[in-house]
Design a protein around this ligand. Structure first.
Ligand SMILES: [Zn+2]
Length: 89
């Protein structure tokens, strides 16, 4: 048996980012990165499109944020409006 088990010595140079091949739901290049759509903090993502005349905004993480504070997530999930109670006293 003369099996060559030679390995590259460059493995330590591989960035963890290149090995992580998750579904690219966001093209976020902000620093620090925006919260994901799954995060409870999703509204903290930056606006990438704002259409007040149509009543919606698109966040960097793919969440559609509506004027009435309702949300539409990239996976189709709908978040009911949660307008602050201060306005409804
Ligand atoms: Zn971002």
């Amino acid at each position: 048996m003369s099996e060559a088990s030679r390995r590259d010595t460059d493995t330590t140079a591989i960035s963890p980012l290149t090995t992580e091949r998750k579904i690219p739901t966001t093209m976020c290049q902000h620093q620090p990165p925006c919260p994901t759509a799954e995060s409870a903090d999703r509204e903290g993502a930056r606006l990438v499109a704002h259409h007040p005349e149509q009543g919606w905004s698109l966040l960097c993480n793919g969440v559609l944020l509506f004027e009435d504070t309702g949300e539409l997530l990239p996976d189709g999930q709908i978040i009911a409006p949660h307008r602050p109670l201060a306005a409804a006293r």
